[in-house]
Design a protein around this ligand. Sequence first.
Ligand code: 5GP
Length: 206
Amino acid sequence: MKGEKGILFILSGPSGVGKGTVRKTLFEQDPELQYSISVTTRNPREGEVNGVDYFFKSKEEVSTMIEQDEFIEYAEYVGNYYGTPKAYVQETLNQGKDVFLEIEVQGALQVKDNFPEGVFIFLFPPSLEELKNRIINRGTESEDLVRNRLLEAKKEIDMMDAYDYVVVNDQVQLAVDRIQAIVTSEHCKRERISKQYKIALGSDLI
Ligand code: 5GP
């Protein structure tokens, strides 16, 4: 509807649940959605591109961004900073486009405090045994990092209560289909439509 602001969707869930894969597949299929590229201090993995997968920055650069209040949320996760730049998200929502964040749970809880009208989607593992295997088999990290990521995943699952939707990632395509159904439903919500309708009638027609 004309004049409608975009909706902020927050995809989050435990480490190793497959958030990255689900997000990439979703974006291949839905070019209308806008992905907010995060800032991180971690080193690029093989094949990752600056400005596509992340904005890779130094700790000093990120500290300055934090001081200047440039993040909607940020979190320290397994020894590195990750943050969502505020300007891009606000501008894109104001243009009426939906914005998608794919972030870990501490950050999602901060977005919930600052942006309660966001739609919070928790990606859930099909089984906890499989989650453990995925973290161990990623193979790009040291034993210490794997152990820390497993500990994080345990704590993160306890945070499900703060979310609006839970999507089980049993198969990537099924998870993507469920997320697309959520996006469609959110646009049909009565309170969103009636608000815009009243604005339109108030300003344009009467
Ligand atoms: P990875 O290092 O595997 O790319 O990401 C580690 C975790 O950080 C993942 O759970 C990912 O969703 C999360 N993450 C990525 N970007 C952000 C961000 O901007 N903010 C927060 N809080 N977490 C993020």
